[in-house]
Structure formats: structure tokens, C-alpha cells
Design a protein around this ligand. Structure first.
Ligand code: GUN
Ligand code: FE
Length: 422
């Protein structure tokens, strides 16, 4: 089937490079992008047209790190640093997901909130519960969200009897979970919570499973000073945190590492050289006082950087808000660096929240020919009247900072329009 999206088309092909096509046409065949152009080609005259008028057709967002079972604690309890925050607030909330009705209700709401805010791809942590993890995957799939979800592994330093597995149980449940994953658009990813939560035996088993089944891995790295010190105590033979994953075959191409706030030059080089992908979580890093990550420096050094809401260390689910928080944080970094580092521009923030994430899933740059369409349409009709008429690029900047959910009038995920508001 041939379809055409008509409106102001804004995508980003490289960091800082925005492509703006006023009143353009995006050609779609069976959900795949066939091109972006200024007029309708003759042989497309019969295609169905989705006319979004003066709306902004933008790329949808990729949230590369968030915790589904922390959604109930969104916007609360951000008065403690990481280790105390996990023990006091997080672990008891995640323990609730043994209750599958509770899981169903929570995950249905989360999936709906993600897709209606324009997030069409995710890499998400579930809890350690196998059955609730399947429910999370099913609810995301039904809502039209695509990507990876991981059943969390944690067999030490959790809450024994409340939220912690035995080593054998963790391995057995991981295999049971993997064997039961039959979703079209939501795939499994191995998810050791972080080194502190996993014994060497468990880490080694996960490394083996990753290799045997060709699975990707996601975890946390160098987020907080206490966490880093404790990790070092557990692995005194290592120089740096990243080596505790490398020891077990978990440090490889497509491994996602959230935070990396305190990764030094040596660790950053190890990230780049292995093809590990950083997930920068600006809102969370501020909320629980983890630190101010030098993202611009990482980009200059050639690391792959993507963005995550890190719900519920982060308190903002919409990625347009996470992008704005990322830009703000880069300005804080600049001030701390005596104005010696550059801040991120809005165009750069948009790239990190869209193309950088979509590439993890094999997509090309921007609205690339051959890719399934992942897009949103923003209607900014109710933003305050400006002093002068705005260009489409100025409207784009305002949309990143000022969009509310109701401004997102259409969402396309994997080539299908999954949200439509009249
Ligand atoms: N490190 C280990 N678990 C977590 C978590 O749930 N949130 C954050 N921000 N960091 C972690
Ligand atoms: Fe996290």
C-alpha cells in the first residue's frame, strides 16, 4: 500500500544537522520510507494522503533506558543518593510486580503513556519477575511500542526474601523467560542490574547465554561514587568498573551502559573501542545527585551516545522533556568547566533523542529510505502567539521545549499509524 504524509518535515541525519522541508511529502510503501520530496511524483498520484496541514512531521523518540516497574514511584523519593534510594524506595516498589494484576494495570498505563508521548522504541528494564516481564512485553507490543525489554538479574545485595534471586534460580528463570518470548516487535535483552547485584557465577552464566544466543546486554556503569567504590571492593583485581563486565563477556558491541557519569578517559576509550553504547540520563543524574556527565566530551571523543528517561530516577517520561533536560545539563557542565566546554544545541539534542537511538535498532539516519517509518506529528496551534511569525526551524525549537502530549496528533511506529488525534 502506498501512502503519503504531507506537512513540514524535520529530521536529523548527523549530530547537529537538521533537515527541514517546508510543506514536503514523505512517501511510504507498506510502512517503509521511499523518499522525502517537495512534490508528489507522478506515479504516486493514487496514494492515500495523510494531510497534516501546517503540522511538524518529526522523528519519533527512542528511550534507551528506563525501568518499567519504577513507574509507580514516578515523581517521588528523589531525596536520597543511588544506593540508599535503591534500598529505601526502589526495591520495595519493584517487589510489587510479583502481583500480575498490578503488573498488568501499571504496564498498560506505561505503554499508553509512552506511545502517546511519541516514544516508539525503548530499551527497558523490567523487574526480576519472569511472568510480569512477559506482561510488560505484551502491553508494549499491543500499544505499538517496539524494542528490547530485559528481565532483571539480581542475586546479591538486593532485599533477601523481598527482591533477590538465588543464583541457580536467576539463571533458570532467565532461560525460561527467553524461551517464552514470542513477540513480534519486543525482543529480549540480557539485563544484569549492575555488578553489585550479580555474583561472578551469575555474570559468567549471562555471558555464556549472551554468546550462545546472540543476545544484547544492558546494565549500569559508573553512575555514583559510592556505587563505584563498592564495585571496586567486590572486584579488587580490576582497575575500573567496565572491566567487571568485560571479565564475563558482557562488554561488547551493542552493550548498553546507562549513566557513565564518572567514566574517566580510560573507561571512555574502552567504551568507544568495544562499540558499547552510552545511555545518558540527564534528569535522573540530577534528581538523585549522581553528577553532571560530560556528554559533549564523549561525543567529541567519538563515543556512541543515546538518551534515556531512566524512569524513575528520572521523573520525565516524554523524551522531548528529556532532550530539554539534556541540553540544560550540558549548560551546567559548561558552567562547571569555566565555560571551556560547549553545550548541546537543540538540533544536537534532537539527534541524540532520535537518530542516535534508532540506529541501535539498525535504522539509518533521519527518515532514511528503506526504513520502517517511526514518526510523530506535532500541532503547535495552542502555543502562545509570538512577536513575529516563526520559521519552521524556530517552531521546531519551541516544540522540543513546549510540547505537551495533546500536541502530538499522530504517532507512527514500525510503519503503522498507532496514535491519531483529530
Ligand atoms: N543502578 C542499579 N539499579 C538502578 C536503578 O534502578 N536505577 C538507577 N538509576 N541506577 C541503578
Ligand atoms: Fe537505571
Amino acid at each position: 500500500m502506498r501512502e503519503i504524509l504531507k506537512g513540514n518535515i524535520i529530521d536529523t541525519l548527523a549530530l547537529g544537522q537538521l533537515r527541514v522541508r517546508e510543506q514536503g511529502y514523505l512517501l511510504l510503501e507498506d510502512g517503509c520510507i521511499r523518499g522525502v520530496c517537495d512534490s508528489v511524483p507522478e506515479d504516486w498520484a493514487d496514494a492515500a494522503v495523510h494531510d497534516y496541514g501546517d503540522g511538524l512531521i518529526m522523528q519519533s523518540f527512542a528511550d534507551m533506558h528506563l525501568h518499567g516497574p519504577q513507574y509507580p514511584m514516578l515523581g517521588m523519593g528523589m531525596d536520597l543518593p543511588l544506593m540508599d534510594w535503591l534500598d529505601t524506595y526502589t526495591f520495595p516498589v519493584e517487589a510489587r510486580f510479583a502481583d500480575l494484576d498490578y503488573a498488568r494495570r501499571t504496564y498498560r498505563r506505561l505503554a499508553s503513556d509512552l506511545i502517546t508521548n511519541g516514544t516508539t522504541r525503548v530499551c527497558m528494564f523490567s523487574s526480576l519477575h519472569t511472568d510480569a516481564t512477559w506482561i510488560l512485553m505484551e502491553e508494549l507490543e499491543k500499544a505499538g511500542v517496539t524494542g528490547y525489554v530485559g528481565k532483571v538479574n539480581m542475586d546479591r545485595n538486593g532485599k533477601p526474601g523481598v527482591l533477590q534471586e538465588e543464583t541457580e534460580e536467576s539463571i533458570r528463570e532467565t532461560l525460561r523467560w527467553l524461551d517464552g518470548c514470542h513477540f513480534e516487535h519486543i525482543k529480549p535483552i540480557l539485563t544484569p542490574r549492575f555488578t553489585i547485584s550479580c555474583t561472578d557465577e551469575l555474570m559468567a552464566a549471562l555471558g555464556r547465554i549472551a554468546r550462545e544466543r546472540g543476545l544484547y546486554v544492558q546494565s549500569h556503569l559508573s553512575e555514583n561514587d559510592q556505587e563505584i567504590a563498592f564495585t571496586h571492593e567486590l572486584h579488587p583485581d580490576t582497575q575500573r568498573y567496565w572491566e567487571t563486565y568485560d571479565k564475563f563477556g558482557l562488554w561488547k558491541d551493542h552493550t548498553l551502559m546507562a549513566h557513565c557519569v564518572w567514566s574517566d578517559e580510560v573507561e571512555r576509550r574502552a567504551i568507544r573501542d568495544a562499540g558499547v553504547v552510552v545511555v545518558h540520563c540527564a534528569d535522573s543524574n540530577t534528581n538523585i545527585c549522581s553528577g553532571v556527565c560530560p556528554v559533549k566530551r564523549m561525543l567529541d571523543e567519538g563515543l556512541q551516545v543515546t538518551l534515556g528517561s531512566d524512569i524513575a530516577g528520572g521523573a520525565q517520561l516524554p523524551m522531548y522533556k528529556v532532550i530539554a533536560a539534556t541540553i540544560r545539563t550540558s549548560k551546567t557542565r559548561r558552567m562547571l568547566d569555566n565555560w571551556q566546554s560547549d553545550f548541546l544545541t537543540v538540533e544536537e539534542g534532537y539527534y541524540l533523542g532520535t537518530t542516535a537511538g534508532h540506529r541501535y535498532f539498525g535504522a539509518g539516519e533521519g527518515f532514511a529510505t528503506g526504513d520502517k517509518l517511526h514518526a510523530i506529528v506535532i500541532n503547535d496551534w495552542d502555543f502562545p502567539e509570538t512577536a513575529k511569525p516563526l520559521s519552521v526551524q524556530q517552531r521546531f525549537e519551541r516544540a522540543i521545549y513546549m510540547t505537551h502530549r495533546h500536541n502530538i496528533v499522530s504517532v507512527w511506529s514500525e510503519g503503522r499509524e498507532v496514535v491519531h488525534r483529530d
